[in-house]
Design a protein around this ligand. Structure first.
Ligand code: AGP
Length: 609
């Protein structure tokens, strides 16, 4: 989730761009850069690390010009480094990009065969070479951009300048956010409103497949193919504080609603639908090595441990490899059995959790091979692991993990397909089916997010409860645990997640009319059994909030509240069921007035034991 800023007008571009990048700081980043055009020369400055490093560089090596582009990078392809920082240049063409180009490897091969020399590991650099290649042929910069964009697969929000066209700035959008700000004879482009709100409140949100050419004090909107478009500006009356949250009240709610995009980004470029397989660019394990794995340990903490529990179900079901799941702080102080045929998977959003990092080091000391599932490129755990499957959730600001969690589940689905295909336990057809289920997930999530208003109403009726019980079975048992943790950590209400089948072994003693019981009961293998557990709760006066499949009148007629989700099986139920869990916890916490984004006593990353 990078940030881009562009400017063209009468003012000096550098100050406006740097200020814009600073206001995108909440998006997180590991490097930054800027390019301005003056006297037909492109001046580029880039630096690794925080924006302050770029600002220091500009003190000693300033750039000038009234047209320019800037970028903050949240690495997805290629380590955080100066060489991978944007802007990227090829000849006279300079580009900044937010998004993922899925076919960049093929395009790079073609361009290298044509003599292009690449310096970085990024997908973005391909775009600058592609435009330059076409511009050399046609001599027409705008036309070259249009041709190049039509060859790209994936997502982009781009700002492009050309040293030979000093008063021309082009912006284009497909799948990544972009907003255009209109000033008095000047124009602003950014990934998000906060970057330009201090300069203008008149904005245009261009749509996917559209682009805008700024030239001679005018903005020409069109489709990438060249069909002119008329655009009506909107007046944005947000405060700067609101704008950082995209208009949402809290980062947590913004991140809950970002989940479809986060899942799309985590899947992007990794599906090989034809072969019923996936491509995990940094896994660093051959088929033979995957075949040599005799058992798997998945180790994590907190919410990431819940993802690990889902991973156990997936891998054992589809790959027939025994999986143990461990809490990192327990694993590291036992005398765990790990040897060279053990694959140890470490799941960590931050990549800095002390216990998980220590567990990985202990595993490696014992000869285990370690793969990390991580959301932060080049974090400690990612750097020290033998291989990494990155989630592309983008920076997660809310302490309570949401989008990072669901993308961990997606990463586990992807890994399961790869492992199963390498070992032959998943054939091509089965692989295609699993991939098809994953491809449907973002749309199912968008459908499920429509429950938000209903959940807000439900929260009002249950916010006074002192204890909650969450029940689930099979792959949804970990989601019951996750639902309970979400409620605990942001509303401070005590909650327990339990395997539904365990009710009779103790928790049923808790049930009375004061006890809300959230029951995860989608159609699927465990449906009848969970229904009977639910009946036991109802028979004892428990207040049931059921999360069930859309149209399940049988459940709806039995319970106090039915939250109906678009699920007709259990393939991807853990991902979809997570959303009502997150929303219920969020709305109860808001009603209780807690600090939702930074709950008491908690830290986003527990880097100490
Ligand atoms: C989740 O909502 C919590 N913030 C916490 O349990 C978190 O999942 C845990 O600390 C692990 O963090 P990690 O994924 O960054 O390793």
């Amino acid at each position: 989730m990078c940030g881009i800023v562009g400017y063209t007008g009468r003012q000096d571009a550098t100050g406006i761009i740097i200020e814009g990048l600073r206001r995108l700081e909440y998006r997180g980043y590991d490097s930054a850069g800027i390019c301005t055009i003056s006297d037909n020369k492109a001046s580029i400055r880039r630096s690794e690390g925080k924006l302050a490093n770029l600002e220091r560089l500009l003190v000693t090596q300033p750039v000038t010009g009234s047209i320019g582009i800037g970028h903050t990078r949240w690495a997805t392809h290629g380590r955080p480094s100066e060489i991978n920082a944007h802007p990227h240049q090829a000849g006279s063409v300079v580009v900044v990009h937010n998004g993922i180009i899925e076919n960049y490897l093929q395009l790079r091969d073609q361009l290298q065969a044509a003599g292009h020399v690449f310096k970085s590991e990024t997908d973005t650099e391909v775009i600058s070479h592609l435009i330059e290649e076409r511009r050399k042929v046609s001599g027409d910069f705008e036309g070259a951009v249009r041709e190049a964009l039509q060859l790209l697969k994936g997502a982009y929000a781009l700002c492009i300048v050309c040293a030979d066209e000093p008063d021309l700035l082009i912006a284009a959008k497909l799948g990544s956010p972009m907003v255009v700000g209109l000033g008095d004879g000047e124009f602003f482009v950014a990934s998000d409103i906060p970057a330009i709100l201090s300069h203008t409140r008149s904005m245009i949100f261009i749509e996917d497949g559209e682009m805008v050419v700024f030239k001679g004090g005018k903005a020409q909107f069109s489709t990438v193919a060249g069909i002119p478009l008329q655009k009506t500006p909107r007046h944005i009356d947000w405060s700067a504080h609101m704008a950082e949250k995209g208009g949402y009240r809290h980062f947590m709610l913004k991140e809950i609603f970002e989940q479809p995009r986060a899942v799309r980004d985590t899947i992007a470029g990794r599906l090989r639908e034809e072969q019923g397989d996936v491509y995990l660019e940094n896994l660093s394990m051959t088929d033979a090595e995957l075949q040599g794995v005799s058992r798997i340990c998945i180790i994590a903490c907190g919410t990431s441990w819940h993802a690990a529990l889902v991973g156990k179900f997936l891998i054992e079901e589809h790959c027939r490899v025994p999986v143990e799941v461990d809490i990192a702080s327990e694993f590291r102080y036992r005398n765990p059995v790990v040897d060279k045929s053990t694959l140890v998977i470490l799941i960590s959003q931050s990549g800095e959790t002390a216990d998980t990092l220590a567990a990985m080091r202990e595993s490696r000391r014992r000869g285990g091979r370690c793969v990390a599932i991580c959301n932060v490129v080049d974090s400690s755990i990612a750097r020290e692991a033998d291989g990494v499957v990155y989630t592309h959730a983008g920076p997660e600001i809310g302490v309570a993990s949401t989008k990072a969690f669901v993308t961990q589940l997606v990463a586990l689905y992807l890994f399961t397909v790869r492992l199963g295909r390498s070992r032959g336990s998943i054939d091509c057809e089965q692989g295609r089916k699993l991939i098809a289920s994953l491809v449907r997930v973002p749309a199912l999530m968008e459908e499920t997010l429509k429950l938000n208003d209903q959940v807000e109403k439900v929260a009002r009726n249950y916010m006074a409860a002192r204890d909650f019980l969450y029940l689930g079975r099979g792959m949804n048992y970990p989601i019951a645990l996750e639902g309970a943790l979400k409620l605990k950590e942001i509303s401070y209400i005590h909650a327990e997640g339990y395997a539904a089948g365990e009710m009779k072994h103790g928790p049923i003693a808790l049930i009375d009319e004061h006890m809300p019981v959230v029951v995860l009961v989608p159609k699927g293998a465990n449906y009848e059994k969970v229904c009977s557990n639910m009946e036991e709760v109802i028979a004892r006066g428990g207040r049931v909030i059921a999360v069930c499949s859309e149209g399940d009148a049988e459940v709806r007629n039995k319970v106090e509240v039915a939250l109906e989700v678009p699920l007709d099986g259990e393939d991807v139920s853990p991902i979809i069921l997570s959303i009502p869990m997150q929303l219920l916890a969020y709305h109860i916490a808001v009603l209780k007035g807690t600090d939702v984004d930074q709950p008491r006593n908690l830290a986003k990353s527990v880097t100490v034991e």
